[in-house]
Design a protein around this ligand. Structure first.
Ligand SMILES: Nc1ncnc2c1ncn2[C@@H]1O[C@H](COP(=O)(O)OP(=O)(O)OP(=O)(O)O)[C@@H](O)[C@H]1O
Length: 264
């Protein structure tokens, strides 16, 4: 369980977060929404203990995250950053194997158990066929799956993901969300940022909205993600949004053309 209590954070004189409370429990898939620059990535970095709040605290399993070593944090929380590039042309298997390092010595060669674990998570993510391909040569979607596999190899039960759907085609986005949903059903706690409200409807059981340095909504997707709320968040004309009453899916109407106006 990860808990943020009254987090305040600023870069110089610019206040980014002012009193943020957020919990992430096992079995939850939480989508964090917010406009560009709202502070989502900053909040993720605070939750990971990579940066410190000016006021407030982050608790991991009830203890301040600063009390854990980086390696101890890594055995509990895995981070899937945005647009990760491998420094060397590792194979996909090697990238995933790197996830095993927090659980052993940095100087120890991976053992049979590590290899078996990696084989298992590659299969779980459906990317066994990519194991020996250079990570730099697989597609963005496949790389994202490899990063999730690396996070799973870490053995952590909490996943923090910064825009995991970014740059993925529609099919890959769907498969990724299905996979995250399965992981949450298997007991993983997942917090992901997204710019796509459709991701929330398709995959998430909870949505959190960050605006002006504070959490302005935190609840079930169906309740939080109304057309009015989406229109306000992204500064869209609410008249252009409709919501399917059954699925909750929000769709956008095309902007009326000048010619249409003349026709009526
Ligand atoms: N290292 C930094 N120094 C100063 N300002 C920063 C730094 N990193 C981020 N910021 C600013 O803090 C604010 C929040 O940034 P952050 O990356 O957390 O937002 P975000 O919600 O993740 O944005 P996006 O959706 O565009 O990725 C932005 O105004 C950004 O310009």
């Amino acid at each position: 369980m990860l808990q943020a209590r009254q987090l305040h954070f600023h870069y110089g004189r610019k206040i980014i977060l002012a009193g943020v409370d957020l919990d992430l429990a096992p079995g939850e898939l939480v989508c964090l929404l917010g406009s560009n620059g709202a502070g989502k990535s900053t909040l993720l970095r605070l939750l990971l203990g990579l940066i410190k709040p000016s006021v407030g605290e982050v608790l991991l399993a009830g203890r301040p995250i600063g009390a854990f070593t980086r390696r101890a944090v890594a055995t509990q929380i895995a981070y899937v950053p945005q647009g990760h590039a491998a420094p060397f042309p590792y194979t996909v298997r090697e990238v995933v194997l790197l996830g095993r390092l927090p659980s052993g010595s940095l100087f120890r060669a991976p053992g049979a158990e590590d290899h078996a674990h990696v084989t298992e998570v590659l299969a779980r993510m459906g990317i066994s066929r990519l194991a020996d391909r250079p990570y730099t040569e697989v597609s963005g979607g496949e790389r994202q799956l490899a990063l999730i596999a690396r996070a799973l190899a870490q053995g952590a039960r909490l996943l923090i993901m910064d825009e995991p759907g970014n740059g993925l085609d529609f099919g890959h986005q769907l498969r990724l969300l299905d996979c995250l949903l399965e992981l949450s059903e298997a007991g993983f706690g997942i917090l992901m940022t997204t710019h796509n409200p459709a991701h929330v409807v398709m995959g998430s059981n909870r949505v959190v909205v960050l605006e002006n340095g504070a959490i302005t909504a935190d609840g079930a997707a169906a309740q939080v993600l109304t057309p009015a709320a989406v229109a306000a968040l992204y500064r869209i004309d609410p008249e252009r949004l409709t919501q399917d009453p059954l699925s909750g899916t929000i769709s956008v109407r095309a902007k009326p053309r000048m010619n249409d106006a003349h026709a009526h």
